[in-house]
Design a protein around this ligand. Structure first.
Ligand code: NI
Length: 134
C-alpha cells in the first residue's frame, strides 16, 4: 500500500457540517475516506474530459414489455460493440430486467453509449461507473 501523508484542511464551519452530513448519509467511516473519494472522483472526471481510456459498467433496469425497447437496446449495443467487453442480463421478476454491461474504451465514447442507453424509452434506471485504466 502507498505511504499515507497527512495534511490539514481549513473550511467554514457550515460547509464542514454539511460535509459531515454527506459523509454520514454515504456511511463513510471518517472524513479522510470521504475526501479521498472526492479527490479520486474528480481525477476520473478530468480523465473523462480529456477522453482518456477508462473501464466501467453501465447498469440498466427496464421493463421488457415496453414496446421496441429490447430491440433498441440490442441495436445500440451492436453499434457500439467495440466498447463492450461483456454483458449480463438478470430477469428480476415477471416484468423487470437488470442489465450490467462492462465497457472499456475512450471515456467520451462510453459516455455517449451510456447516455443513449439510459435515454431509451422505458429504461427506469441507468447508471455509468468509470475507472481510469492505463
Ligand atoms: Ni429479463
Amino acid at each position: 500500500m502507498a505511504k499515507l501523508v497527512r495534511f490539514g484542511v481549513s473550511l467554514e464551519e457550515t460547509l464542514l457540517k454539511a460535509f459531515d452530513g454527506h459523509i454520514k448519509s454515504k456511511s463513510y467511516k471518517n472524513r479522510s475516506e470521504a475526501i479521498r473519494d472526492l479527490i479520486r472522483e474528480d481525477f476520473v472526471k478530468k480523465q473523462w474530459r480529456e477522453n482518456r481510456k477508462v473501464a466501467g459498467t453501465i447498469t440498466l433496469v427496464y421493463n421488457h414489455h415496453q414496446r421496441e425497447l429490447v430491440n433498441a437496446l440490442t441495436e445500440l449495443q451492436h453499434r457500439y460493440n467495440n466498447l463492450i467487453v461483456s454483458s449480463h442480463h438478470v430477469h428480476l421478476d415477471r416484468h423487470n430486467c437488470l442489465e450490467s454491461i462492462v465497457v472499456k474504451g475512450n471515456a467520451y465514447n462510453i459516455k455517449e453509449l451510456a447516455d443513449k442507453l439510459k435515454a431509451s424509452r422505458g429504461v427506469m434506471f441507468g447508471d455509468l461507473t468509470m475507472a481510469p485504466v492505463r
